[in-house]
Design a protein around this ligand. Sequence first.
Ligand code: SF4
Length: 56
Amino acid sequence: MAHIINDDCISCGACAETCPVSAIAEGDGKYVIDADTCIDCGACEGACPMNAISAQ
Ligand code: SF4
């Protein structure tokens, strides 16, 4: 399991800085979380101003 970023993402990049394992990167039109790298810590959830990040 991994956290996911939905289409509400505005590509602000705030979440990427919070991830301890650098699982978040800019994707096509929104940021994406690499499911294989994510350890499901939840640190990124609160960083998103759009509330676009949630557990799967
Ligand atoms: Fe990174 Fe934790 Fe968010 Fe997964 S849940 S993307 S490990 S900050």
